[in-house]
Ligand binder design. Structure first.
Ligand SMILES: [Fe+2]
Ligand SMILES: [Fe+2]
Length: 243
């Protein structure tokens, strides 16, 4: 918990200093854009890649929930005064995160995407569970069980895939290509935006702290549990994220 003043309602939000409002809007806008873009380029196309009815059923659920996350962030965004077009990829100059430039062609790539992509999302949402803007904190509480389900989905399907040599090779190959891309997900080290988020108790941790924690958790999961190998990555100089 934080000792910073708590902003309980949207009405109170509108009476906060400009810097606070701008900072919260940046986070809500980014989530609205990226939840939608991720659903469009990863989760919905993955339904066609899923190998059997059971996998398709669960993938539909994941896609439905990711679209739902966009809807909820967009609703909150509208309440706090973000124009709708700023929350729709393609209608705004804001680009989605660079992780979504990863071209998804196979089922194994999607499973790895959920395994380590949604682990990164869990870390981001965990940080917002303590946010001083309570409507954003409440929204994070609502979506957290679903993000955990997505990461578990990735772990479960990857655990099955690595049981065969061919499956393990495909999962390892996807991990080797996708993990380095994830490093930019947490934003630049020494970020000015992040400094403002922490000043107002909107976020708790520095980008570089979250990235280091992510790397440790990804290692325990991928190497410790699944017997895979993470590629070497630089933790201090990530490529800049787009949104
Ligand atoms: Fe999500
Ligand atoms: Fe997710």
């Amino acid at each position: 918990m934080t000792d910073k003043p708590q902003i309980k309602t949207v009405d109170e939000f509108h009476h906060q200093p400009e810097e606070y409002q701008t900072a919260v809007k940046k986070i809500v806008r980014s989530h609205a854009i990226n939840e939608l873009f991720g659903a469009q380029v990863f989760d919905e196309p993955a339904i066609a890649l899923a190998p059997n009815p059971y996998a398709k059923w669960l993938t539909c659920r994941v896609a439905m929930e990711e679209y739902g996350h966009h809807v909820r962030f967009k609703e909150l965004g509208e309440q706090i005064g973000i124009p709708e077009e700023e929350m729709i990829p393609g209608r705004t100059a804001k680009r989605p995160l660079s992780v979504f430039e990863f071209k998804l062609n196979t089922w194994e790539e999607f499973c790895v995407n959920k395994l380590i992509g949604d682990l990164a999302e869990i870390l981001q949402v965990e940080d917002l569970l303590h946010c001083t803007f309570q409507p954003l904190r409440n929204l994070s509480r609502q979506i957290m069980p679903e993000e955990r389900f997505h990461a578990q989905f990735g772990e479960d399907f990857c655990s099955d895939l690595v049981k065969t040599d061919e499956g393990k090779k495909a999962v390892q190959d996807a991990l080797t290509r996708f993990y380095p891309v994830m490093m930019s997900f947490f934003g630049a080290s020494g970020s000015k935006n992040n400094e403002i988020y922490r000043k107002w108790g909107i976020k708790l941790r520095k980008n570089e702290e979250m990235r280091a924690d992510y790397a440790a958790r990804a290692k325990a999961l991928c190497e410790g549990k699944l017997g895979l190998k993470l590629p070497e990555v630089a933790l201090d100089k990530p490529k800049p994220a787009h949104a």
